[in-house]
Design a protein around this ligand. Sequence first.
Ligand SMILES: NC(=O)c1ccc[n+]([C@@H]2O[C@H](COP(=O)([O-])OP(=O)(O)OC[C@H]3O[C@@H](n4cnc5c(N)ncnc54)[C@H](OP(=O)(O)O)[C@@H]3O)[C@@H](O)[C@H]2O)c1
Length: 274
Amino acid sequence: MRPDPEELFFKDKVIVITGSTMGIGLRLANELSAIGAQIVLNGRNPERLDKAAAQVRNNGTPVLAVACDVSKPEDCRQLIASTMENFGRIDILINNAGVNMWGNVEDSDAQTLRRVMDINFFGALWTTQAAMPYLRKTKGTVLFISSVAAFHGLPQNAVYSASKRALASLAESLRIEQYDSGIHFGVAFIGLTETDKEKTVLDQNGGLIPRPEVTGGPRPQPIGAVTPLLRRMILLRQQQRVFSGIGLLHYWVNRIAPGIAHLVLLANFKKRNS
Ligand SMILES: NC(=O)c1ccc[n+]([C@@H]2O[C@H](COP(=O)([O-])OP(=O)(O)OC[C@H]3O[C@@H](n4cnc5c(N)ncnc54)[C@H](OP(=O)(O)O)[C@@H]3O)[C@@H](O)[C@H]2O)c1
């Protein structure tokens, strides 16, 4: 029987996944450790982190759990330093930690708007910056988890959309700056995905609320439809990938006829608010 290329590739790789105590990050951590990768888990909530670590350790490969907040540069440096102390190398960094925010710009408080950018964009930037010297040695991968919200600013989701678009720009710049380093920078534009029931988003005053149901929009794709494609992006060193059919449609309409994308989103927004 021919060996599985993913098992060959991921076996013993040291993979840091930010925001991996639930949802897409935890699922990916489980799948990668099941094929032999050594995983560094991260999140802020220590109980959730312990629970996630116990679950991933059941796959039989080494797991390190580092509680830290990626919005703080010193925490990101600590995450990478702990990984190096423990494993001595980093092969792959997956910038997955993220938070969504619900509310229109005018009524949202400044701290909350800034918090979204601090976690989603700067969190990925600080962690990547800290990991780059080690990733250069392994000619590794940085994968940014973006969103189809990056293609067109969404109403009630302005800073979230902006933060996800900023990740794509960051990856473009890094691909040029780091061209000779051999580091692969990938961006995954993910569409609406089913996640844990515990998932929360920020409201306009910084409170945590359950993710609102959006009527008239696409149905969430199963989480199991997303993670195999993320693994594939890393294996094939793909620069970008749009997840979900509706995401691809959104991507092309925005490239070819951005005016139509605007009108469709506007009509949907007006219908929701009428
Ligand atoms: N689900 C979707 O529909 C969807 C669609 C497009 C893109 N995405 C993106 O995919 C990624 C994962 O989404 P998800 O739905 O799986 O998320 P989720 O279920 O809400 O989980 C978020 C994870 O990030 C951690 N986290 C949040 N803030 C953090 C911080 N400041 N520092 C460290 N860890 C932090 C959370 O743990 P703690 O709270 O304990 O820190 C948790 O482990 C996000 O970047 C999201 O924007 C998701």
